[in-house]
Design a protein around this ligand. Structure first.
Ligand code: ARG
Length: 409
């Protein structure tokens, strides 16, 4: 019986070429799955393209709501910024796409799962591990990596087989989701080249951004953003709105050197307007409502969480354990944060919460409150006891060393 393969299909060069390769080389029947995670592609057109290339079925899945609730929201709660910069917009979408592939494969009785990742990136790690975890026993193929296909070969093959290639695809390699847009290849590969303006689509350049600042207010409930400027919005609409307004003010551009799972360093350029604004606001609010011990401990949990999510271990049980902790930690993270957007910069300018541990009277030097300053003196003495002792001892040794040695009598 012929193999039946489910291929994660974006409509781009790699995966379009793969449809033909799988049919010709493997004599397989191909079912394509295209998952909408907010990349902004015309799914209908992508499906048409797959059909023209001879797939037996194309399945288009709108997973935007699920992506926000089950992937983006946990990332917000975990303050997820990989290497302090990248909101893992691509990383988050991969386990969801893999999950959808497995669902389709099970429904259609397919025996193989195929993705178009190369052997250099992180996405292969995310797909391979998630697919193998969710679909034991099914074949997993990554032909671009496993057959060593080069981009030139693919372009050549596409031409021979009348597979259309978009102009944009030749210039940059783009990957987008609701949480951000990643731009790679071309001029960007020289880490010292400033990204050309045409690399960006979601964000205005600072000089073209409006000349007047705009203040937005994001409301959170139990760690999740729920409103914009006092208006409660559905999760998807909220993120789309914030992407628009922050992008308009040139906020969201990221250019950094990133450590990939496979050991390579890469220069990565992103635009993630909503992600950067929401993450910053959320983190700020946490610091208002959590105790110092909670804040400091959670930093370590968050660092672990983002590493797992970035590195393809979304389905690792440790991530579930961390999620349990993180979810509990969010119970009090309710309130509003005000952010000023202006010409490429964002600045938090205010916050309030019914659960605030900040008390302006306690911190004020001029008001008599229950905070007893007299206790501070004694507290500091005990708190710094060992530090002061150590330094005094060293000072005494130094003075003793300088003294002329006692004469022997
Ligand atoms: N380096 C980023 C990540 O691993 C983004 C990669 C995006 N590009 C791509 N073609 N998938 O999450």
């Amino acid at each position: 019986m012929a193999d039946k393969f489910v291929l994660a299909y974006s409509g781009g060069l790699d995966t379009s070429v793969l449809i033909k390769y799988l049919q010709e080389r493997c004599k397989a029947q191909v079912i394509t799955v295209t998952v909408d995670v907010g990349q902004g592609d015309d799914l209908k057109a992508v499906g048409e393209k797959a059909k023209k290339l001879g797939v037996i079925k194309n399945v288009a899945i709108d997973a935007k709501e699920e992506f926000v609730k089950d992937y983006i929201f946990p990332a917000i709660k975990a303050n997820a910024l990989y290497e302090d910069k990248y909101p893992i917009s691509t990383s988050l979408s991969r386990p969801l796409i893999a999950k959808k592939m497995v669902e389709v494969a099970e429904k259609e009785g397919a025996n193989g799962l195929v993705h178009g990742c190369t052997g250099r990136g992180n996405d292969q790690v995310r797909f391979d591990i998630t697919l193998a975890s969710l679909a034991p026993g099914k074949q997993i193929l990554a032909p671009v990596r496993d057959w060593g296909l080069t981009r030139e070969e693919e372009i050549e093959y596409a031409k021979e087989n009348n597979i259309p290639i978009s102009e944009g695809a030749k210039k940059y390699s783009i990957d987008a989701s609701l949480w951000g847009r990643a731009i790679e290849c071309g001029l960007l590969e020289d880490a010292n080249n400033e990204p050309p303006e045409d690399a960006y689509e979601w964000t205005a350049s600072a000089d073209k951004a409006p000349n007047t600042p705009e203040v937005i207010t994001i409301g959170f409930e139990a760690g999740i953003p729920i409103s914009l400027n006092g208006k409660v919005l559905k999760p998807l609409a909220l993120i789309e709105e914030i992407n628009k307004v922050a992008g308009k003010h040139g906020v969201g551009r990221i250019d950094h050197i990133e450590d990939r799972v496979v050991g390579l360093k890469s220069r990565e350029v992103y635009e993630c307007p909503a992600a950067l604004v929401i993450l910053d606001a959320h983190h700020d609010l946490e610091k208002m409502v959590m105790t110092r011990n909670q804040v400091l401990f959670k930093q370590q949990i968050d660092a672990q969480w983002v590493n797992l999510a970035y590195s393809g271990l979304w389905v690792d049980p440790l991530k579930d354990d961390l999620d349990a902790f993180i979810n509990k930690s969010q119970e009090n993270v309710t309130g509003e944060v005000k952010i000023k957007l202006f010409k490429g910069s964002m600045q938090i300018i205010g916050r309030n919460s019914p659960n605030s541990l900040y008390n302006k009277n306690l911190a004020n030097y001029n008001i008599k409150t229950s905070f007893n300053q007299a206790y501070s003196k004694g507290f500091i003495e005990l708190y710094g006891l060992q530090t002061v002792m150590y330094n005094n001892l060293k000072a005494a040794e130094k003075t003793a060393g300088k003294k002329p040695k006692a004469k022997k009598s």
